[in-house]
Design a protein around this ligand. Structure first.
Ligand code: NAD
Ligand code: TYD
Length: 361
């Protein structure tokens, strides 16, 4: 008789933007369960899981990914089929003003999580070992910056991280790979482009612009606004992660992207135009008038672009949303969830935003 692990997954960082979206996605199948292990930093918000709190298919544990005994006891109690590591410090600007936390969580924390996972994995029966996966959620920023005309990043592109955030994520990716090569831990890694959608903390470009616009604040654009990002709607990213978990080949990395390269100024113009239709300004003028060019971010990567051919060809994943459909959904979500936004902005975010922008925002 074969022994099976449970249909539970351990999600780290599940109170954050992408982790929470993933938990909603995962639990949409009534046969699935999840444990959410999250330290609840400024970016962790249990409001993101509203509607699921009463579910007996989701358990929340407040802990650090580096806390070996907390993680080990969860693994032993639930015997999950996978650990999905979303937990990270994720904001580039914060990594510039205070890199220490990024080293602690993204590098040391991931290392300790890998050690705990390996201990659990080694004690599994052979059948269970075949099922178990450690899926590490990473970013395209590990590859560095492209010039216009360069080919998009493939999985073979060298790592050339430029910010403390991307350097810490690159380090974690290397550790994940090493635990597979050296110790045989069955890992999968995804490197995804910029996400947007519901529950994103309004320190990142898209929710910040929506929030500032309707609150009559400046829309700060760094530098000349010509930096390019490759935007992916978060539900598409969640679907990609679930696909890699089911079908990915152990030890492989998969780039995930939306084929949606856009300059920041064009992203902001699109949001302003949607808001002009959905929530026109009282004075009848365009939200575009609130755009303010501000000092550039140090070491600001010029362009990211993902070549998502491998995951499409080998695993059959493709994004469902275009930027136009995804951004319209996103703007509407923020307009209909102002309670969520105001609970976020009345907290630690406000202190951060004052420190970052002074009274400008
Ligand atoms: P986020 O900042 O919104 O959420 C991070 C979550 O991790 C928070 O809930 C926080 O409380 C938790 N956390 C932080 N440190 C922790 C620790 N030491 N132990 C336990 N929990 C901890 O981040 P996000 O945007 O949801 O990103 C999730 C993952 O996806 C990250 O690994 C990030 O690098 C990666 N990623 C993000 C994007 C993007 O555009 N946001 C794109 C590609 C990859
Ligand atoms: P961000 O959402 O912080 O993601 P990342 O730095 O990980 O790509 O920023 C997206 C782009 O928008 C990036 O080029 C920086 C720029 N940006 C602004 O111009 N103004 C802002 O207020 C913010 C937060 C970002």
């Amino acid at each position: 008789m074969s022994i099976s692990l449970s249909q539970t997954v351990l999600v780290t960082g599940g109170a954050g933007f992408i982790g929470a979206n993933f938990i909603h996605h995962w639990l949409s199948d009534p046969n699935r369960k999840a444990i959410n292990l999250d330290k609840l930093t400024y970016a962790g918000n249990l409001d993101n899981l509203a509607g699921l709190d009463a579910s007996d298919r989701l358990e929340f544990v407040r802990a650090d990914i580096g806390d070996g005994s907390a993680v080990q006891s969860l693994l032993e109690r639930h015997r999950p089929r996978a650990i999905l590591n979303f937990a990270a410090e994720s904001h580039v600007d914060r990594s510039i003003s205070g890199p220490e936390e990024f080293i602690q969580t993204n590098i040391v924390g991931t290392f300790r999580l890998l050690q705990t996972a390996l201990r659990f994995f080694r004690d599994l029966a052979e059948d269970e070992k075949k099922q178990f996966r450690f899926l590490h959620v990473s970013t395209d920023e590990v590859y560095g910056s492209l010039h216009s005309g360069d080919r998009p990043f493939t999985e073979k592109h060298p790592f050339e991280p430029n910010s403390p955030y991307s350097a810490s994520k690159a380090s974690s990716d290397h550790l994940v790979r090493a635990f597979c090569q050296t110790y045989g831990l069955p890992v999968l890694t995804t490197n995804c482009s910029n996400n947007y959608g519901p529950y994103q903390f309004p320190e990142k470009l898209i929710p910040l612009v929506i929030h500032n616009a309707i609150n009559e604040k400046a829309l700060p654009i760094y530098g000349d606004g010509q930096n390019v990002r490759d935007w992916l709607f978060v539900a598409d990213h969640c679907e990609a992660i679930a696909t890699v978990l089911e079908k990915g080949v152990v030890g492989e990395t998969y780039n995930v992207g939306g084929w949606n390269e856009m300059a920041n100024i064009d992203v902001v113009h699109t949001i302003c135009d949607l808001l002009d239709q959905e929530r026109p300004r009282a004075d009848g003028r365009s939200y575009r008038e609130q755009i303010t060019f501000v000092k550039d971010r140090p070491g600001h990567d010029r362009r990211y672009a993902i070549d998502a051919t491998k995951i499409a060809r080998e695993l059959g994943w493709k994004p469902k949303e275009t930027f136009q459909t995804g951004i319209a959904k996103t703007v509407r979500w923020y307009l209909s969830n102002e309670d969520w936004v105001s609970r976020v902005t009345s907290g630690a975010y406000r202190e951060w935003s004052e420190k970052q922008y002074g009274s400008q925002t």
